[in-house]
Design a protein around this ligand. Structure first.
Ligand code: UDX
Length: 445
């Protein structure tokens, strides 16, 4: 009999995990406490933009013509308890208001609701990013409150937004923190297909599994801030950070990836994960071990301020009053509609608050951006956003922006000045069309 799997929490992580588990051949029941999300998912609709996810859902959601019928959704905890052999907890752990630590209330309440309905033998698997030590605490909670024979495993998720489906079906590695062979065996069964295809399967204890996730994200954030620090030096010394990144990247120990300088990292993971990690290190009495992450965070936030300065310079130097600023990009990265801690919106917001008239356009993030920052101006296309602009800022590297025709845009702007905050546009092409093209960490041409 195929394993029956439940997925608790249907955000970017949970919705993708549920669909991927169905794709791997399991019977899956997803739960969310927000009924509207469940209604949408049950109709095969994804409440956010994630390439390939809607197609994957359509292939499996029960009731959709031609689907496998292996994937269903519910709001009932009792149904979850009766159904599942393996329960994946995929709820989010945002940053606490006014603190660095992460907010565990969603995880805690998911475990509080789940434990009493676990009447059967089951494995609960935590996937959320949590402070080290949480798994043991949650295992104790299950031991106390679950009536059935229930165990906990920790299995961090490394998916990237925009590549969530691919990363879930073909993970770089599967990491499991377990306390028994039975739990390891069950998880080997769940991940048999990707492991057969070559994904390494790393078995460890709870704290190490929890730490792998925060360590990986800290490393990635550090890599980005490193190259952005080099961009600051390049700006002062007239060097070219793009060439520099290419050159150091040839050293395989360094590698080329995650060395794109620009307005820095944002999103729902890297910024809050490094802060939560610092907070947890403090609680453990080893805050010095992670003080370097404070610098990583500062370098990153400085890039946003630097982009605002470059834009102010471009419109005359003194202030943004009476100036029109076009912002291309609102999401924290391309191929996502996520605007959480987005450098693009942050820059747009700062300029707006300094009196600039900002118009934002993004291919997928408009709805979320409007909700988060309703006082900014929005346009329905890049061409509309740049109309009469005194400066154009490129802040999220969507393919649509790389393919823009600078000559056509040049016809409608007030000044042909473009600032590339992602080092992703073809500067030569823009200059040929009569634009002043400036990029972060690169010499003025
Ligand atoms: C990240 C991790 O990559 C993933 O493994 C983890 O599970 C969740 O957090 P994600 O937040 O989806 O994933 O985005 P990622 O692709 O890592 O990009 C994060 C931010 O860094 C984006 O704002 C991106 O624009 C920025 N970035 C990335 C750079 O500024 N330069 C780079 O070279 C790479």
């Amino acid at each position: 009999m195929a394993l029956k799997i439940t997925v608790i929490g249907t955000g970017y992580l949970g919705a993708t995990h549920a669909a991927a588990m169905a794709e791997l051949g399991f019977e899956v029941l997803g739960l969310d406490i927000v009924p509207e999300k469940i209604e949408m998912l049950s109709a095969g609709k994804v409440p956010m933009y994630e390439p390939g996810l809607e197609e994957l859902l359509a292939r499996h959601v029960a009731g959709i013509e031609g689907s496998s019928g292996r994937l269903r959704f519910t709001t009932s905890w009792e149904e979850i308890g009766e159904f599942g052999d393996v329960h994946f907890v995929c709820v989010n752990t945002p940053q606490k208001h006014g603190e660095y630590a992460c907010d565990m209330s969603y995880v805690d309440s998911a475990f509080e609701s789940l434990a009493p309905v676990l009447t059967r033998t089951a494995l609960v698997v935590g996937k959320s990013t949590v402070p080290v030590g949480s798994a043991q605490r949650l295992a104790d909670l299950l031991a106390e409150k679950a009536p059935g024979d229930v165990e906990l495993a920790w299995n961090p998720e490394f998916l990237r937004e925009g590549f969530a489906v691919q990363d879930t079906l073909h993970p770089d590695r599967v990491v499991v923190g377990v306390t028994s062979e039975r739990a390891e065996k069950l998880l080997r069964e769940v991940y048999a297909t990707p492991v057969e295809e070559g994904s390494p399967f790393v078995v460890t204890d709870y704290p190490t599994a929890e730490l792998v996730k925060t360590a990986a994200n800290s490393f990635l954030a550090t890599k980005i801030s490193f190259i952005n620090a080099m961009a600051e030096i390049c700006e002062a010394a007239d060097g070219d950070v793009v060439k520099l990144a290419e050159a150091i990247g040839h050293d395989e120990r360094i590698g080329k990836k995650f060395l794109r300088a620009g307005v820095g990292f944002g999103g729902g993971c890297l910024p809050k994960d490094i802060r939560a990690f610092m907070a947890r290190a403090g609680e453990l009495g080893v805050d010095q071990a992670l003080t370097f992450l404070r610098e990583v965070d500062s370098i990153n936030m400085r890039r946003r301020g630097h982009m605002v300065e470059l834009a102010r310079d471009a419109v005359g130097g003194d202030s943004f009053l009476g100036k029109r600023v076009a912002v291309l990009g609102a999401t924290f990265k391309p191929d996502s509609d996520d605007v959480r801690d987005s450098p693009a919106l942050n820059v747009a917001g700062q300029i707006h608050l300094q009196g600039g008239q900002v118009t934002v356009y993004d291919p997928k993030g408009m709805e979320n951006a409007r909700r988060l920052f309703p006082t900014l101006g929005y346009a329905d296309s890049a061409l509309e956003a740049v109309r009469s602009a005194d400066v154009v800022l490129h802040l999220t590297e969507w393919r649509e922006f790389r393919e823009l025709d600078p000559a056509a845009l040049g016809e409608v702007v007030t000044s042909r000045i473009v600032l590339d905050g992602r080092n992703a546009l073809d500067g030569g092409k823009w200059r040929e069309a009569g634009w002043t093209y400036r990029a972060m960490g690169r010499p003025r041409a």
